[in-house]
Structures are given as structure tokens and as C-alpha cells.
Design a binder for this molecule. Structure first.
Ligand SMILES: [Zn+2]
Length: 268
């Protein structure tokens, strides 16, 4: 347990390779938020060097059992084929984890509520997965994919919301090389339905929790909200509930529900 330490950035080489292996004594390592990194970077730019004092009270405790939380609407025609939507339950300790990723958790649950509210009976099973332990090892995402593979569950599509509860801008898509080109082409056919709402479909990363599902050949999608304010809050003490705009959050949930509806109804 490191109670406190101070280090001078001059102690670390700015060029060359620092070889850090078992022949070296372990040094304390800490992750800082993007916001803090920007401030540090600015201080170094202005003053040429900076002295940093870091207090840490963290410790690594033994593993304990923990759980993903899953809810689903069973499919009427293809109950053994799954469309999943999800976010992650855990967060950094410093704030509430409101945007990262309380927003994604609420939106994913809301997709099921919205589909029920309009009386829609999905063809596929629509499954909401709230993943545990994204921030520190991805155990929930890995366990979910391992179970899906063990039970030979066919995953048609997995959608993750983990970029904040801001105004919808689009969805990004990725997947296994063997199937992705065809799947993306089919998704592009749906894009005009989203364009009136200012949303675009692009190729790109989806979400950490669903990434272990790639080998199942599911189409993986990341909900893409407006990104301008996310890193003002991400992993900082400011990521609190009052920073979430209800209207923007709801628009994201509605966008995800629309995508799920279209994939369920018209297939991939
Ligand atoms: Zn996150």
C-alpha cells in the first residue's frame, strides 16, 4: 500500500525506451483522468517542468464473486437468437459514474421498457446486459461471451452505450472480418432512417464489454453521442448525476430502441 509519494517528471526519460521488467524494482503506477492529464500537460508546456505530488490510498484486495445483471424479452419467432444492448455497472470511485456508465445502464434498460410500452413483440430475444467490472479487467464482458459461446447462443447483434448520455450523433459498427463487410452494407441501408435526426453510421470501435463477442460473428455496435463534453466528466469527481441532461439521455435510449427494432424486424 502506497500512502503517498512524490515524483519529479525530470526523473523519467522523455526519449528512448524504458525497460521495465522483473530485473527492476516495482514503482507505484497511477492512472489519471484525461482532464487531469490535460492540466498537467499544460503546466509542463507553460513552465517547462512540473513537480507532481500524488496521494494514493488504493490497494488490491482478493477477488470476490460479482455478477452481470441480465433482463430480456423472449423472442416470438427466434427465441434462441439474441440482440443485446448494454452498458457497465461499475465506475471509477471518484464521482458517481453518471455518464460512465450510469447513462448506458439506464438507456439499455429503457430500450426494453420502450419496446414494451409500444406493445412490440420482438422476433428475436432482446436482452439487456448490465456488465460488471469493465473498468478493472473486463471480467463481466469476458464471462458473458464465454457463457454465450458455451451455450452456443447465436448473437445477431450487440449494442453498447458507454460514451456518455449526450445528444445522439450515430452508431459505429465493427465485427469479425469474415462477416463484417456484408453486415455493414445492410446497416448502411438503414442509415437514411436516422439521418433526419442528425445521426450517422460509421465503421469503428463498439464497446469494451461487447468486444469479447467478436468471435461469435455478431455485429458489434457502439452508440455514439455528442463527444464534446464527455472528457470534462469521464473518470473525474465531476461525473455526477446532475451533469446528465434528461432529454439528451432519453433521445439516446430512443435511438437505441429504434436500431434494435429495425434489426429485429428486418433482420441483418
Ligand atoms: Zn465506461
Amino acid at each position: 500500500l502506497v500512502r503517498s509519494m512524490s515524483l519529479r517528471l525530470d526523473d523519467f526519460p522523455h526519449t528512448g525506451t524504458l525497460i521495465y521488467d522483473s530485473t527492476h524494482a516495482l514503482i507505484p503506477a497511477a492512472a489519471i483522468s484525461t482532464l487531469a492529464a490535460e492540466k498537467l500537460s499544460e503546466a509542463i508546456r507553460v513552465k517547462g517542468k512540473a513537480t507532481v505530488s500524488i496521494q494514493m490510498s488504493c490497494q488490491t484486495l482478493p477477488d470476490v464473486p460479482s455478477f452481470n445483471v441480465i433482463g430480456e424479452i423472449r423472442g416470438s419467432e427466434r427465441p434462441n437468437e439474441f440482440i443485446t444492448i448494454g452498458g457497465h455497472l461499475d465506475s471509477w470511485d471518484v464521482g458517481h459514474g453518471a455518464h460512465d456508465d450510469g447513462a448506458g445502464v439506464v438507456q439499455s434498460m429503457d430500450v426494453l421498457r420502450l419496446l414494451q410500452r409500444i406493445g412490440y413483440k420482438p422476433r428475436h430475444t432482446i436482452r439487456c446486459v448490465l456488465f460488471m467490472n469493465e473498468e478493472n479487467g473486463l471480467r463481466g464482458g469476458k464471462a458473458y461471451a464465454a457463457e454465450a459461446i458455451r451455450k452456443a447462443e447465436k448473437h445477431v447483434c450487440a449494442i453498447e452505450s458507454d460514451a456518455g448520455g449526450f445528444t445522439p450523433r450515430g452508431f459505429s459498427f465493427e465485427g469479425d472480418d469474415a462477416v463484417f463487410a456484408t453486415l455493414f452494407q445492410r446497416m448502411k441501408a438503414l442509415e437514411p432512417l436516422f439521418e433526419p435526426y442528425g445521426m450517422k453510421f460509421s465503421k469503428g470501435g463498439s464497446g469494451a464489454d461487447i468486444s469479447p463477442l467478436r468471435s461469435t460473428k455478431a455485429l458489434l455496435s457502439g452508440y455514439q453521442p455528442d463527444s464534446q463534453r464527455y472528457f470534462d466528466y469521464h473518470h473525474t469527481a465531476d461525473d455526477t448525476f446532475d451533469k446528465v441532461n434528461k432529454r439528451e439521455l432519453e433521445l439516446g435510449a430512443a435511438s437505441m430502441a429504434a436500431l434494435v427494432y429495425l434489426i429485429d424486424k428486418y433482420g441483418l
